[in-house]
Ligand binder design. Structure first.
Ligand SMILES: Nc1ncnc2c1ncn2[C@@H]1O[C@H](COP(=O)(O)O)[C@@H](OP(=O)(O)O)[C@H]1O
Ligand SMILES: [Mg+2]
Ligand SMILES: [Mg+2]
Ligand SMILES: [Mg+2]
Length: 355
């Protein structure tokens, strides 16, 4: 019998690996082709290009599956220069290993197909059937400032995360490297950086170095045991607008955590705690109206849970990926080793006045 989801996992990892070649190329270019979206958040040619490459691989390998992806082609339809720029990047991006590239298959045929493929990610999601969630660059602001970012892909089946993959080109390869945000805006050295975190439901979580060809060998990862809160480290978003940092500081203090938070962009936070480089990830709502997006959490949620963690919202509910494109039934995120999650949640609820 073949291992469940083996093919989905392999294709997802290779697709992320190939798209990371494109984002790294854009990262090292001065002009990143940044444009503003309707909500004034940035998007770059890297976001569009990575989305096109990953969806092309999914279209070829799993043609019946629905896809919920962050970006859409409307802006590219209105801007010929932008779409030509992206097309140039997309058509020139291939894995160095021909067999791996062959497995991904298909590719993007031409500029027209580029627009079509980007828009295949417009599914509404939901609780039925197979749905991939894709964030081609999670942490676009981090990507632009030379911080952390992640290419995030996950497979939902009937609303449950079954496969999760996070490609983190700027994280240290070494699972034991401490949780820091040492990569600066002028960083141009990829040496020792680039990791893919993966998980399949019931099969544990792994990390492996991001390569330019086929898949490198993976290692199992586990969350670190927290024996003393005083020495625990917690991470949160760099962006004060994405997570309430004064509440998180109060929570940390009440828990007895002595170190300041590590502020890091993207789902690299989930990967980092899953491999024991940090312990706790807090994301506290800054507004009553913002709804978290499923592509910002699906991969990270499974990777942390398969590494021995628990992930809930601030009300203690598991994240519900079956509601649609957003986590409309949840509020914030608390991720921690299973053994201390309850203790963290108690303090979160006390500080937020939820009990
Ligand atoms: N007001 C808000 N509250 C919480 N998250 C937000 C937000 N506005 C944007 N985001 C999300 O935060 C993500 C980045 O996560 P982090 O803050 O952990 O780095 C963004 O992903 P993108 O960069 O893919 O757009 C975006 O979807
Ligand atoms: Mg995102
Ligand atoms: Mg994104
Ligand atoms: Mg975005």
């Amino acid at each position: 019998m073949t291992t469940p989801y083996a093919r989905e996992l392999e294709i997802a990892q290779l697709a992320v690996q190939r798209a990371a070649l494109l984002t790294k190329r854009v990262f090292h270019e001065k002009a990143k082709g940044t444009v503003s979206k309707d909500d004034a958040s940035p998007v770059t040619v890297g976001d569009f290009g990575a989305q096109a490459l990953i969806i092309a691989a999914l279209r070829h390998n799993f043609p019946g599956d629905a896809i919920v992806a962050e970006e859409e082609a409307a802006q590219l339809r209105a801007d010929a220069g932008l779409r030509e720029l992206i097309w140039g990047l997309v058509k020139g991006t291939r894995l160095e290993d021909e067999e791996a590239e062959g497995l991904l298959g298909g590719g993007v045929r031409d500029v027209e197909d580029l627009l079509e493929v980007v828009d295949l990610g417009r599914s509404e999601g939901g609780r039925v059937g197979r749905v991939w969630t894709l964030d081609p660059i999670d942490g676009t602001k981090g990507f632009l400032r030379g911080g952390q970012y992640a290419l995030a892909l996950a497979l939902l089946e009937d609303g449950d995360v079954k496969v999760g993959v996070l490609g983190c080109p700027n994280l240290p390869v070494d699972d034991a490297a401490p949780l820091t945000v040492d990569i600066g805006a002028n960083q141009s050295d990829d040496e020792g950086r680039g990791v893919i975190f993966s998980a399949v439901i019931g099969q544990g979580a792994t990390s492996r170095p991001l390569s330019t060809g086929g898949l490198t060998e993976g290692k199992n990862i586990k969350m670190k045991e927290v024996t003393e809160m005083a020495s625990a480290s917690f991470c949160e978003s760099v962006e004060a607008g994405h997570s309430n940092q004064s509440e998180s500081a109060q929570i940390a203090q009440k828990l007895g955590i002595t170190k300041p938070s590590v502020r890091m962009d993207s789902q690299a936070k989930y990967g980092s705690i899953a491999r024991g480089a940090g312990d706790i990830y807090l994301r506290l709502p800054t507004s009553k109206t913002y709804q978290e997006k499923i592509w910002d959490h699906a991969g990270g949620d499974l990777i942390v849970r398969e590494a021995g963690g628990q992930v809930t919202d601030t009300k203690g509910r598991r994240l519900d990926f079956g509601v649609g494109r957003t986590l409309a039934s949840n509020s914030g995120v608390i991720a921690a080793p299973a053994a201390v999650h309850g203790q963290v949640l108690d303090v979160v609820q006390e500080v937020l006045g939820l009990k």
